[in-house]
Design a protein around this ligand. Sequence first.
Ligand code: HEC
Ligand code: HEC
Ligand code: HEC
Ligand code: HEC
Ligand code: HEC
Ligand code: HEC
Ligand code: HEC
Ligand code: HEC
Ligand code: HEC
Ligand code: HEC
Length: 371
Amino acid sequence: MRMCKSTESSYAIARSGRAWRRPDGDVSEKKMPKTRLGRLIPWAIIGLVMTMSPVMEGLAQQDGEPEGQQASSRLPQTLEERLAAVEKIRKAPWAKGGADTCLACHGEYSEYDLLPMFRTKHGTAADARSPMAQHQCESCHGPGGDHAVLRLRRGEQRPPMLNFGRDAWTPAAVQNETCLTCHRTHSRIQWEGSTHQFNEVACASCHKVHVAHDPVLDERQQAGVCYECHIHQRAQFEQISHHPVREGQMVCGDCHEPHGSSGSDLLVKATLRETCTECHAEKRGPFLWEHAPAAEDCGLCHRPHGSSHPALLKRRSPQLCQECHSQFNHPSIGFDGSFATSSRFVTAKGCLNCHSQVHGTNHPSGVSLTR
Ligand code: HEC
Ligand code: HEC
Ligand code: HEC
Ligand code: HEC
Ligand code: HEC
Ligand code: HEC
Ligand code: HEC
Ligand code: HEC
Ligand code: HEC
Ligand code: HEC
């Protein structure tokens, strides 16, 4: 059970006037008795109830199952149950007292530290668009009137709140709808139909909102978030030739738009080539002498993440070149000891010894991409 042991924290923060005052005035403030003793009485009562609740829970458990099982059976399991629970939450009343009420139980002393949110944009009540200027916690977690009751009857279970993340009971589509009520802007207009939406990835699988700094928005930590699901890509970036993500010089988001894009593979640009030439502009052309594949698709020769061959190549020269070019013009079989003349075509950098301008060239006599 994640019950808090004290209400002091939320009280202290509420008194300091920081953060989540409701737009219509601080509810808890209005109700506060004026004398010193008077002020303490309600808190003393709440404190008493809180300290007693473990005892009461203990009593309730005597005729129930062990705590762990009880906690999990509290939450809806099948899809129908989960959708029904969502409907029920949506019809519930708003909790009296807003965030103050929630923090009475989910405050500083609860296992899950959610207070750092008040240092983020979501916790800025001064911004009218922010949840804290609206229904506060309940803007995201749904109306909490039923959940936030102080005392449960014997045998009664606390109704769930909408919850977020990969393992939360709330269906991803419902979670995401909640975030999108405010965030159907910028790149999220492409969210519907994107690979991540289609595969029911939750916004909160990538984003953390109760921490001061969301790791996925941090250049050094972003890849780690993606690797939680994309383990193969981690291995690719470990290869000897790789884009410098590991070195912190670039992020997945430089090439991918995780919220959805008009191109394939969630690329930031419509095509792979456009994505690459954003940074490697010198390869964009047009050139006087084009090399057809380079004008078409960089992926014909390169791997985007990493490779065991130099320069992110799929294969080494000459094999790479021989995928498309026959040996008709030059002999280009490997040196077998008898055919010495062939070796200059295949040793060292192979074809690149002479055809160095494989991406195209503007040199007047560069027709064979040699200069
Ligand atoms: C009287 C104490 C109390 C109050 C008030 C309260 N909660 Fe809870 N809440 C709990 C307990 C206890 C749990 C954990 C249940 C469990 O894990 O078995 C919980 C769980 C949750 C969860 C996890 C999802 C779930 O249902 O298990 C969320 C989210 C949550 N509360 C949000 C809120 C919000 C938002 C408010 C204010 C509207 C609020 N709570 C008010 C006691 C409270
Ligand atoms: C009630 C409206 C509202 C809801 C609901 C909401 N947000 Fe926000 N969010 C905001 C506002 C306002 C900002 C600040 C935007 C700005 O400054 O441009 C913000 C900012 C963000 C940012 C950027 C933070 C930064 O530091 O730049 C992320 C990421 C984000 N929200 C994710 C989420 C996720 C995930 C959810 C759902 C769990 C969600 N939001 C739900 C209003 C909301
Ligand atoms: C696959 C991981 C992933 C998922 C899923 C995801 N995001 Fe993001 N989000 C990112 C990354 C990475 C960035 C930073 C890169 C950028 O600016 O595009 C970001 C940036 C943001 C920002 C702040 C920058 C901006 O564009 O305004 C907001 C707000 C946001 N996401 C909201 C959402 C919402 C809402 C959802 C769910 C519909 C969502 N995200 C789903 C990875 C994700
Ligand atoms: C912008 C939307 C948003 C707002 C506002 C918000 N939360 Fe959350 N909450 C989340 C998300 C998303 C998670 C999942 C973990 C994470 O992202 O950090 C979460 C997780 C939680 C959990 C942990 C549930 C668990 O699984 O143990 C509790 C408890 C909780 N929130 C309570 C609150 C309370 C209390 C408030 C008001 C002070 C609040 N939340 C405000 C989005 C929100
Ligand atoms: C919660 C799991 C999860 C996280 C975290 C996640 N993804 Fe994904 N991603 C998926 C799933 C599921 C798919 C679809 C199946 C697949 O291709 O593996 C996918 C597919 C993709 C694709 C292929 C798109 C396509 O159209 O084929 C790209 C690119 C991608 N993700 C990038 C990212 C980036 C960048 C991040 C981090 C910002 C990220 N993902 C984080 C689950 C995740
Ligand atoms: C230099 C640009 C670039 C960077 C940086 C990059 N990607 Fe990619 N990624 C691509 C391209 C291009 C493709 C399409 C590959 C193809 O079509 O063969 C791709 C494909 C993918 C796919 C689809 C499956 C696959 O491998 O074809 C996933 C998943 C993916 N990237 C995840 C990531 C993650 C996670 C990161 C960060 C750790 C990342 N990418 C960084 C360019 C990039
Ligand atoms: C966001 C900018 C950016 C984008 C987009 C980008 N690159 Fe790069 N690329 C870099 C950086 C930075 C390096 C490292 C340069 C260095 O180490 O001097 C690099 C290096 C390379 C190298 C040389 C690697 C080596 O080991 O020598 C190749 C090849 C390459 N990129 C190809 C591509 C291809 C193909 C794409 C498109 C899928 C692409 N790049 C997209 C920034 C980018
Ligand atoms: C026909 C195969 C082929 C295609 C297509 C191709 N490249 Fe290359 N690329 C190579 C080879 C071979 C090298 C190694 C050159 C060397 O070692 O001198 C290379 C090297 C590079 C390098 C690192 C060295 C340098 O010259 O800066 C970058 C960056 C690069 N390519 C980007 C691209 C981009 C961007 C595209 C798409 C516009 C592309 N390549 C298309 C074969 C190709
Ligand atoms: C994906 C297939 C493909 C790969 C791989 C490839 N090429 Fe090409 N190359 C072509 C095509 C198509 C043409 C144009 C042929 C034409 O116009 O008749 C061409 C043309 C050429 C030309 C002649 C230019 C001219 O028109 O006279 C040279 C030289 C050349 N390639 C060298 C290389 C080298 C060196 C490599 C390896 C680094 C390589 N190619 C890899 C497809 C490829
Ligand atoms: C020792 C230098 C050298 C090496 C190594 C070399 N070439 Fe060439 N190649 C040339 C020259 C010079 C030409 C232009 C003269 C010609 O047409 O014979 C040429 C022309 C070509 C052409 C265009 C032929 C045509 O019909 O116009 C292709 C394609 C080609 N080379 C592919 C390759 C491939 C593939 C390799 C690696 C297996 C390779 N070359 C290795 C020097 C070289």
